[in-house]
Design a protein around this ligand. Sequence first.
Ligand code: ZN
Ligand code: ZN
Length: 361
Amino acid sequence: MNRGVSNGRGRAGVWLRRALVGFGVLAGGGVAAYVLVNNALSVPPYDGQESDHFADGRFKNPWPTEEHGFADFLRWKLSAERGPWREWTDARPGPPPPPRVEGGRLRVTYVNHATTLIQLDGLNVLTDPVWSERASPFKWAGPKRVRPPGLRFEDLPHIDAVVISHNHYDHMDVETLRRLKEVHNPRFFVGLGNAPVLERAGAGAATELDWWQSASLGGGVEVVGVPAQHFSGRSLRDRNRALWCGYVIKGPSGVVYFAGDTAAAPHFGQIRERYGPPRLALLPIGAYLPRWFMRAVHVSPDEAVAAHDALGARTSVGIHFGTFPLADDGETEAVETLRRALPAGREDFWVLDFGEGRDVP
Ligand code: ZN
Ligand code: ZN
């Protein structure tokens, strides 16, 4: 009896040891995979000069910000109530844009999400180009597009320059950047610390800009990196190692401002002070819910209208909606909320169709 019991205990002990070893191997494998994946995805440490927004290896916002850590992220995900998104809408691509636009004309074409084509002064500039199926480091997981890009990649005119606001996957899509490099060989512009990501991905060299730093595109056109209230990261371990920004493109036919991703902050007024009221502002309106979590990083449609006013923009175009389900707002909610926020009869804040191009007054 005793022997039997002790045998039973012995067998249980063996199983327990095996289970523990198995668990240890799995956990060890998991930790190793976690470390490897994070290392592969992470931006290398930036070793440039310290400044008022870069110290101890991390960049920081121009104004104090609510920090939401992983616990808040979990709290959001566990309580999330996402508005409706269609699985897929098969839309025909827009018409090919003109090869070039000159003589003081300014043309904007909305592709999808934060991707737009800006044509001015004989130059073609893309913002945050994303043609991939997912905004994710993985081909099999992560936010998946619900419609095709509004322009076929093959229908793009020759691209002279690409401005990339920050390294989140819905803005810095290295597969698209590699394709652009192959077909158009444009100049790439990124915030400080992001060039190695492009280099490593085979998209070639990129010019890094700090906030308020400019570079010439030729023909009297300049591109300037400008502040944004946001954050960066491509893995769980490289938060704020590389800079996030917006861009001002300034040429003989006027000033264009591309906000990238940003929360509401005083930078809109500062940009107007330095460069004058933009002829065109590209302002994000989507991925804004729930406000308690998103207001630190993304403007709401109402705040986008306030930004338009602070900038004194002659025309604004809403971006960052209806392409990838990223937050709790439904597919059409940002546009509906924007329309409600605009006083009746006001026609200086546009929502373009996917693939639609328009001349800007
Ligand atoms: Zn972002
Ligand atoms: Zn974004």
